[in-house]
Design a protein around this ligand. Structure first.
Ligand code: CMC
Length: 427
C-alpha cells in the first residue's frame, strides 16, 4: 500500500520533495524529515522544539488539548487514587502493574538498595552548608557513576533493571542527605522497616538515633495521611514524556555516557525556574505578594510586556486547557486543608491569583492555566518540608521516568547521537 506523504515545495526552485507521514497510536501524526537535508540541502528550523517529535516512545501519552496524561496507557487520576508510587514505578519499568508478590519483592529490594557508599557520604559532607540541595543532589548522582562504573550491557535486561532500581532506591537517601547537609545537621540513614515514601520523610525529620520529635503531648510520628499525600505527589511527577530534563537525559545518554551522569544532567536541567524549579519559586512569589490586596498589582506586572515578571506555576508548553496533575493536586490540597492544617494565608493568595487569572483576557488568550508547580508547594509546606527541597521532591518522583526513558532510548535500534544543526548568522 502506498504510504501517505507530505509534499514540500521549494518555490525558489519549483522542486518538490516527499516525506513519509508516520501515524501515532494516539496524538498527532509526524512528518519524517530525517532525510530532509539529504534531499533538499536545507535544515528545518524549530527553536525550542515546539513542532518536533524527537523520538518514538511507548511510555507516556499527553493530550495537551484535553488535559490528559497516561503512563503506559493508565490515567494518572487512576494511578493517584488507587495505586502507590512504587506500583507506578513498577508499571513504568515493566509496562504493567505488579502482582501483590511482585510489589512486595520490589518494595523490599528498594529498601535494601537505599543505602549509599560511605565515601559518597564523606563527599556530601564536604559541601558548604549553604549549598542548595539540588546542587548536592546533581553532584551526588554524578558521583554515583564512579561507584557503579562497570560498563553496563544495556541489552542485558537484568543489568538494566538493577541499574534503574538502584538509582530509584538511592535518590531519596541522597536528597535527604543533601537537605540535612544544607541545614548542617547529622545524616539519618535509611530505616528498612519503613516504606519508600515514609522512609524519606523519616530521613528528613528524625533526630540522631532515629528518634522522632518529642512534644509535651508525646512523640510526633509520621502520619499515614502525610505519607499518602507525598506518595501521590511522587506519582504525579513520575514521567512527562519529552520535557526539557528528559530530553537532556536522552541527549546525554546518546553520547554513550554513563546512565547516572545522564540522570545528573537531567537533575540540573530540572532545577531551572521555567521547569521543576518553579515549585520553589511559586511559594517565594506567594510570600512576596504577601496579601490578597497585592494580587492585582502582581497580575498587572505579569501582563506587562516590558516587565519580565512571570506568574510562577502558570503556563505550560503542552497543556492548553488544564494540567491534569494540577487538577489532581488541587483536589488533594482541598482534602488535606483541615487535616494537615495547610497555610490558609498562602492558599488565600493562591486562590485569588487563580480566580483572577482564569477570568483574565491575557491569560485566557495565551491558554495560561495553573500547572503542577502551582499547587505542590502549599502541600509540601504542610508536610514540614523546607522550600529549597521542593525541586528535589520533583527529582525523587521523576527519576523513574528519566531512567525508563533512558532504557527505551538505549533499546531503540534507530536511536542516534543527538546532534542538531544551526542557522548560522555570524561573521
Ligand atoms: N506569566 C505570565 N505570562 C506568561 C507566563 C506566565 N507564567 N507563561 C507564559 N506567558 C506568556 C508569555 O509572556 C508569552 O506571551 P506573548 O505571546 O505575549 O509574548 C506567552 O505567554 C507564551 O509564553 P512562552 O514563554 O512562549 O511559552 P512556552 O511554552 O515557551 O513556556 C513555560 C512555557 C512553562 C516555560 C512558561 O509558561 C513559564 O515560564 N511559566 C512559569 C514557570 C513555570 O510555572 N514552570 C513550570 C512548568 S510545569 C512543570 C514542569 O513540567 O516543569
Amino acid at each position: 500500500m502506498k504510504k501517505d506523504t507530505f509534499t514540500f515545495t521549494n518555490n525558489r526552485t519549483n522542486e518538490s520533495y516527499e516525506f513519509n507521514i508516520l501515524d501515532a497510536t494516539r496524538g498527532p501524526s509526524v512528518v519524517d524529515i530525517s532525510s530532509f537535508y539529504k534531499q533538499t540541502g536545507m535544515f528545518t528550523f524549530d527553536v525550542g522544539y515546539t513542532s518536533t517529535a524527537s523520538c518514538e516512545s511507548r511510555i507516556t501519552f499527553i493530550d495537551g488539548e484535553k488535559g490528559e496524561l497516561r503512563y503506559r496507557g493508565i490515567t494518572i487520576e487512576e494511578l493517584a487514587e488507587n495505586h502507590s508510587y512504587l506500583e507506578t514505578c513498577y508499571l513504568l519499568l515493566n509496562k504493567r502493574l505488579p502482582t501483590k508478590e511482585e510489589l512486595l519483592d520490589f518494595d523490599l529490594e528498594l529498601r535494601h538498595r537505599s543505602f549509599i557508599d560511605e565515601n559518597l557520604i564523606t563527599l556530601i559532607g564536604t559541601f558548604p552548608d549553604s549549598a542548595h540541595p539540588m546542587s548536592i543532589l546533581s553532584s551526588g548522582v554524578s558521583a554515583l557513576s564512579s561507584f557503579y562504573y562497570e560498563h553496563l550491557n544495556m541489552e542485558n535486561e537484568k543489568e538494566c533493571q538493577d541499574m534503574a532500581r538502584r538509582i530509584i532506591a538511592k535518590i531519596p537517601t541522597l536528597a535527604a542527605f543533601a537537605y540535612r547537609k544544607s541545614l548542617g545537621i547529622p545524616f539519618i540513614y535509611p530505616d528498612i522497616d519503613r516504606s519508600f515514601t515514609e522512609n524519606f520523610l523519616y530521613m528528613l525529620r528524625a533526630y540522631p538515633g532515629g528518634k522522632m520529635k518529642r512534644t509535651a503531648t508525646g512523640v510526633e510520628e509520621i502520619k499515614a495521611i502525610e505519607i499518602k499525600a507525598l506518595d501521590t505527589i511522587f506519582t504525579l511527577h513520575a514521567d512527562h514524556e519529552q520535557n526539557a530534563s528528559t530530553t537532556t537525559v536522552r541527549n546525554v545518554a546518546s553520547t554513550g555516557a554513563h546512565p547516572y551522569v545522564a540522570i545528573s544532567a537531567g537533575i540540573s536541567a530540572l532545577w531551572g525556574r521555567a521547569h521543576g524549579g518553579a515549585n520553589e519559586s511559586v511559594i517565594a512569589q506567594l510570600e512576596m505578594i504577601g496579601d490578597v490586596s497585592n494580587v492585582d498589582a502582581f497580575i498587572a506586572r505579569a501582563k506587562d510586556p516590558n516587565d519580565d515578571f512571570r506568574l510562577m506555576g502558570f503556563g505550560h508548553r503542552v497543556y492548553k486547557n488544564f494540567d491534569p496533575r494540577a487538577k489532581a493536586l488541587k483536589k488533594l490540597q482541598d482534602k488535606l486543608k483541615d487535616e494537615l492544617n495547610l497555610d490558609s494565608k498562602l492558599m488565600e493568595i493562591a486562590h485569588k491569583i487563580e480566580e483572577i487569572a482564569l477570568n483574565d483576557e491575557y491569560f485566557i488568550k495565551r491558554n495560561l492555566y495553573p500547572n503542577i508547580d502551582f499547587y505542590s508547594g502549599v502541600i509540601l509546606t504542610a508536610l514540614k518540608i523546607e522550600r529549597p527541597m521542593f525541586t528535589a521532591i520533583f527529582v525523587i518522583g521523576r527519576t523513574v521516568g528519566w531512567i525508563t526513558q533512558l532504557m527505551e532510548f538505549k533499546n531503540d535500534s534507530s536511536s542516534k547521537i543527538a546532534r542538531p544543526r544551526q542557522l548560522y548568522l555570524g561573521e
